[in-house]
Design a binder for this molecule. Sequence first.
Ligand SMILES: [Zn+2]
Ligand SMILES: [Zn+2]
Length: 387
Amino acid sequence: MPIKNRFAELLPEITGWRRDIHQHPEILYETHRTSALVAEKLREFGLDEVTEGIGRTGVVGVIRGKADGSGRTIGLRADMDALPIHEATGVDYASRTDGAMHACGHDGHTAMLLGAAKYLAETRNFDGTVVVIFQPAEEGGAGGREMIEDGLMTRWSIDEVYGMHNWPGNPVGSFAIRPGAFFAATDEFNITLTGKGGHAAKPQETVDPTVMASHLVLALQSIVSRNADPVGQIVVSVTSFQTSSNAHNVIPQSVKLRGTVRTMAEDLRDLAQVRIAALATSVAEGFGGVADIRYDRGYPVMVNHEEQTAFASEVATAVSGACADAPLVMGGEDFAFLLEERPGAYILVGNGDTAPVHHPEYNFEDEAIPAGCSWWAEIVERRLPAA
Ligand SMILES: [Zn+2]
Ligand SMILES: [Zn+2]
């Protein structure tokens, strides 16, 4: 079975939803219009239950199959939020909100899951229950975790969860996946180094935090090169260096450093946290200053479960003829929280030769919709086969 015919028929309609959402991007938890549109469509499709306000602006829909002999429930999740980027695609349905843009394709994810929900509510050719999950705040706001805290898994008795992301660079509608650790844990650190400011011409009367911070930026490179096991995966990047004065003739009182840590294992996360604190404290002390360090743990490592990954790959092969082995991704994914709660799998669907995600010229490829929708529908029909 390749692409389901119904999705070829529905393509213009689903594309219309996608472009409408694209024109009205909403950031983090501010997905009010998008969530309302999703809830309205789900009700129009005749879902058995539609609940709004889960994880602030998240939406949950329930579709019961022809039978419920299996007693099993599968959760299918899409993200709805956009990014604070000024769009530069030049398409006629470009963002109407200055400074906000669907630059990660969550417009496409939402539209594809809506398409699948419409089909599943029409056909109900499965034995069990499907829960469609539309989450806000995937881009750094942990919207998935908030939905879990609002009872997502228990309230709807979800047994397994599946997720999908479009992937620029892979052929349109092709699939790729990997079992085990897939997307990185994403942590953030903030360090303030305080010395003693003063006149730039009298350095002997100051404790210069810019020199301190410069040494620390270099010292932090040793976490990856000297402390971490070379076969592990870890990134430590300092991304911001801010002095408390911008004058040419002033030695500032303090410097703020910011950065991110990406890892594929918990022990590397612990290592990074301990080493950042030790280096910041000792470098500051060595120069006569003090360090204030904050290390915030963000998304955990996203780990695909073996059995569900093999199943997701089998379904992808049925839909598109093949499923490639995906490489490790050092970016983060909020779906990691869902996979900590329940077994499941997260797959990539090719977006073709487009700009990368988070780029102002990126755009979701509508031609990927039939493959994405078919994968959702087949996940349900094969996992919960009707008698
Ligand atoms: Zn993104
Ligand atoms: Zn994304």
